[in-house]
Each structure stands twice: as C-alpha cells, then as structure tokens.
Write a protein that binds this ligand. Sequence first.
Ligand code: TNX
Length: 494
Amino acid sequence: MPAPSTPLRLVPAPRLVEERAGAPFVVTASTTVTVGTSPAEVSLGVLAAEALSRVSGTTVEVRYRDVAEPTQPGDVALRVDGSMAAEAYRLDVVTDLVEVVAGSPDGLMCGLATLHQVLRPHEGTFAAWPVHVDDEPVHAWRGLSVDVARHFFGPDDLRVVVQLMSAYKMNVLHLHLSDDQGWRLDLPSRPELAARSGGTAVDGDPGGWFTTEEFSALVAYAQARGVRVVPEIDVPGHVNAALHAYGELTPSGEPTEAYTGIEVGFSRLHADLPATEPFLRDVFGDVAAVTPGEYVHIGGDEVLTMEREEYARLVAMASDAVRAAGKQVVGWQEIATTPLEPGTVVQYWDTRMDPAPLVAAAKAGARLLMSPGSRAYLDMKYDADTALGLEWAGHIELRDAYEWEPTTLVPGLPEGSVIGVEATVWTETLRSIDDLMTMLLPRLAAVAEVAWTPKERRDWDDFAARVAGHGPYWDAEGLAWYPSPQVDWHVDLG
Ligand code: TNX
C-alpha cells in the first residue's frame, strides 16, 4: 500500500510530527478501543469508539483493561501517564496498533483530536499511516465566548460548537448568558428572569433560555469532550433584561421596557438600592451551583453611565458573591480599573482602551486572558463585502486572526501573566447556526493555533496550506464556512 501522496494537514500544529514508513493502520470491525476504568477514561473510550465507528461505518468496540494488560494487534490503546504534563500527549500509529498516551483524560482528548486528523479515507473505511506525534499546548486556556443573549443559541446548536472546539483542542466555552436583550438561564432564586426576559432577542426575533437541567446536560456534554463551560452574567451594565424582570432593581421601582436594539452601555445596576446586593448573591450563587468548573464570569464591560467609585463597589459585590459560592472571578478588562483579588482573570478585549490599568493589575497578580477585538472577535466582518457581522474593531480576514502573539500584544506585562486566548462571537447580527459557523470558520482554527502552538512554530503560509484540508471536513459535517480568498481551498486529499 503506497504512502499517501498528500501531506498531513494538522491544525493546530503539533510540537513534533514524524511520519514513518510502513503499511497503514486500517479501521475495521476488529478494531478495539482499550482504555482504563476511571469514569473519565470510560467515557472517553466510548466517545473514541463512537467516532471511529462513525468514520469507518463499522462497529468499533471498547475493552476496559488493567494498567498492566498488554496491547493487542488492532487496538486503539488510550493510556494516562501521570508523569506527563496534564495536557501533553503522544500519538503513535504503527501498522497494527494505535497508542495515545497523555498526562490526563483531557490530554487523551487532544490526542484523539489529532488521531481524527491523521485518518484518511481508505477503501471504504479509514486508515492512518505510521506517524509519531509529540505535543503539548502553550496556553492552558483556549476559549471561545458565545453570546447567546442577543440571539439565543440553544443546546443543539451549542453541542455542534462544542464538537468543533474539541476538534481544534479548545477547552473553554464561555457563555454570555445575559444582556440588555434577553436572559438565557432559568435560576431557581429568581424565576422572573427567564420567565419575563427569556423570550426576547434583538430585532424582536424569538428568544429562548436554558432550564437548569438543559444547562447541566450541556455542561456535562462539553466536559466529556474536554471543554469546560464558564458562564457569564454581565453586571453592572448590560442588565436591561434583569431590570425588565425585577423592578426592585431600578430607582423608580418600576421594571424597564424590554429592549431589542443593539446599542450598548445604557443600562445599569445601582449600588445603593437594597435589592441589588441580594440579587447579585442569589444570581451568582445559583449560577455557581450549576457550574462544576472553577470559574464564573461577572462581565463588567461598557458601563458608560456610572462613577468609578460606584462601579468598583458593584464589581466587588459581584466578585464577592462569586467567591462566596466557591468560584474564581473572570471579568472583562474594565474591572482592572478596580481593586482586584490576586488570581482574578481579566479578559482583554478593547485595543482602543488605555492598557495601563491592565498592566498594573497583572503586576498585582491578575491573570490575563487575551481576546483582542481586532484579532479574536469573530463577529467582525472578514471584509467590506461580508453580509453578516459588525465592524467596530475593523475587518478580520483569516490572516489577521492568525498572525498575532498573545504574550506580547500588550507591552509591559509580567512574564507568565497571560493564561490564554479566547475568541468571541457576538450575535447582534447572527441568527442561525449557519450564520454563526460562517463567522467562526475558518477563523476559529486560526485562533485555536495561536492558543495551542508557540510563536516559533507558527507560520502563515504553512497554516494556509494546512487549513485548506479542513474545508472538506467542515462540508462533511454540514458546517457553513467562509472560503477566504487568502487560502487555496482546492486541495487533493489523496
Ligand atoms: C463589545 S466585548 C461588547 C459587546 C458587543 C461586542 C460586539 C464586550 C466586552 N462588549 O457587548 O456585543 O462589542 O462586537
């Protein structure tokens, strides 16, 4: 069997890839996934077998094994090796065996994403040619933030997003669950939030919301695929949906009108109203209760109608509520203008703003998450002809989303303060999963590589050649995507 004539096209680029001589490993009915017996490994084994069954059209079984049991021909063996870094993995394909070894189940998930990309169609099934991959991410936080508040994207849509993230080794799904236009998570302590403000969306389009059960099911689905959910309740601005549901949060005591426009910055909480602090405590307590992950996002952006001192009090109230519920605080970059506890995660987004407070916060122990509007805001138009999207941060073609370096973007940050990268997709103009995917693809693959692969191993021409091989995969998955003219998409997949 000749080796394939076309190169591997792995995204994000791994640390080391060595193709070797020999016949391929062919997925057949006797292929068996073998895995250890911890709950996370069992669930991973089932997912791997499902994925292999799906691509090959045969039924791939799972065998659970003791650590000592040797592998057998035909095995796809998954193994956790506690001496490796948690997300590091090795993938070895030889003619009759595939082995994935990683520091943790999350690392195994990354290895499986690579295995998926080395499989090629072969005689009615799939085959992988011998290869050795040794890999590890440069950043721990590789996120995507999805705005489900301006337009609602429910569990089915978000499962598709999670699958895509996992294919590109992204591990944090940040959900923007509340804004002026709608409230998207039902909370037991404040039932009017979803009941009164769940049904609205931008332009009077249909809204929607997650029940706590639906939300928990999504969180579990994501977790099984190596993706943690970070919920955001945006305060003290972007709160009209809350003010519409609970009049006690406004100075007059009257609820506000529902809002379906796309202006920002006009709505706000009031630090001196007696209802405000209990509201924050209840809401963040409920959100923390449905969040197994470590982080809850308090928003904090674009409060254009408040004095600094009141803003700082409200950020502190929200942060205290999150910490009292046992979670760590994430907030948009504006919170860096207030006193922060060390370890708080500050999300950089507005490249127009003075970075001095950010640098000062990082020096005082804050951790930074990089989402520069001009690079990582995947709701920006690709160019002037893009039908969907906004333009306030400029146009973002594929190359713009690819060619930037998170650790040096803001000068003067202390070494090690950047914990990762997050793409965002705001949905003022996006109504359907096709709209969403058209903005995400191919740019999400670019941001995923910025987050995973160190600068020394990133090269635009090389990326453009690799990502070209992913169009047929997106087509096969039924995902809409934008055929950027910066890439020659006419590839022969051999
Ligand atoms: C800025 S990013 C916002 C959002 C908008 C977005 C549109 C951020 C923290 N705030 O409210 O949806 O721009 O691109």
